[in-house]
Design a protein. Structure first.
Length: 367
């Protein structure tokens, strides 16, 4: 019987969050049938039936090459350009980031944001791999921040820039190498009220474009006022430079609207497809990914048990894959690999791997 990921992962672990970048993560056995001759292909956070969280590095068959215990629930992972390092971020309002050495299959270090900040679960490297950028909540000042960390100096924090919005969730470096796109979800939160949304009636979701060199705001796009409760959260850039965005709707459950949009810098945010396309997706897009050529975009709807594949050139729906509680999706060549809450990995409709002792979390990252 399939187990719903949100039932399986419900609640945060009671163990403490990091208070120092030097505090070690709990250890977990690295035993695996795979060998180092199988190169890493995917990374994802997970939870086992004993309630332990971990980050797992997998080969292209889904076999575990290495895993490391997390003190709390993880969210998304980013990979360095040379594919030597991976950084796994805590789920909001977590305060840890775990750095994995993908060459030696071991933990390298862990670090935290400054006091008064927490991570939103996403980040990215500069093109030269020297800097790591992480979305953060400066919750006392009610503003979004991107923290900048020196990857060559044990991920010491060196600077920060504003996102010009509240609740920056995912941010990415666009293909020009200098423009940062940020999905400001618009939802005000505070760790004293860990999962509460404090400003639903006054949300202002937006997409900000920043200059990575100096943090200057290049442009910002907002949704039409009637869609102000569509929190913009996850993104991917398609092959033609268009940003694809997945939303999480905080309005009435009976409302009908598009949950996926596209946008180019300086232009309006445009809905993808008719609202009827999203019937049954329960107002929630969990992940957005593109294939290697950028011609296909995948969006997951784990609450609706569906993955939608879109043609990036014209925004048409290529196909929908029905998959129970499938949240993670990652490009894998010209296709996609999908992870779900029952421990399964799929290459679209084809099963790759299954281990029901674990539930995969929201995101899957491919190397």
């Amino acid at each position: 019987m399939e187990i719903n990921r949100r039932q399986f992962i419900a609640g945060l672990a009671s163990s403490g969050i990091f208070t120092s970048a030097l505090l070690p993560l709990a250890k977990i056995s690295n035993a695996s049938p795979a060998t180092q001759s199988s190169p890493p292909a995917f990374i994802a956070a997970r939870k086992d039936k004993s309630g332990h969280y971990s980050a797992a590095v997998l080969d292209d068959r889904g076999s575990i090459l290495f895993s490391e215990r997390l003190n709390d629930r993880g969210h998304a992972t980013t990979i360095s350009p040379n594919k030597k390092l991976a950084v796994v971020f805590a789920r909001r309002p977590g305060r840890f980031a775990l750095v994995l050495d993908l060459l030696n299959l071991k933990k390298r270090t862990a670090f935290t944001p400054p006091e008064g900040h927490h991570f939103f679960g996403h980040g990215f490297f500069s093109n030269d791999g020297k800097l790591l950028y992480a979305t953060e909540n400066d919750y006392e000042n009610e503003r979004g921040i991107i923290g900048i960390y020196d990857a060559a100096d044990n991920f010491k924090r060196v600077s920060q820039i504003e996102t010009y919005g509240i609740g920056p969730h995912e941010a990415l470096l666009m293909s020009d190498g200098t423009t940062i796109a940020v999905a400001n979800g618009g939802i005000l939160t505070h760790p004293d009220y860990p999962r509460q949304k404090l400003n639903i009636s006054t949300m202002e979701p937006s997409i900000s474009y920043l200059d990575a060199r100096d943090g200057k705001l290049l442009s910002r796009a907002r949704l039409p006022r009637e869609f102000y409760q569509l929190s913009l959260r996850h993104m991917a850039e398609s092959g033609d430079g268009t940003l694809w965005i997945g939303g999480q709707y905080e309005g009435s459950p009976t409302d009908s609207l598009s949950l996926v949009a596209s946008q180019r810098p300086g232009k309006q945010i445009l809905p993808i497809s008719d609202p009827k396309t999203y019937i049954g997706m329960n107002h929630y897009i969990g992940s957005v990914a593109v294939n290697a050529s950028g011609t296909l975009v995948a969006t997951s709807a784990p609450r609706g048990n569906a993955i939608a594949l879109w043609n990036s050139a014209d925004g048409t729906l290529a196909k929908t894959i029905q998959r129970q509680d499938a949240g993670g999706v990652a490009g894998f060549g010209e296709s996609f690999v999908i992870s779900d809450g029952s421990g399964n990995l799929w290459q679209e409709e084809r099963a790759i791997h299954q281990n029901s002792d674990y539930a995969w979390d929201n995101h899957l990252t491919s190397l």
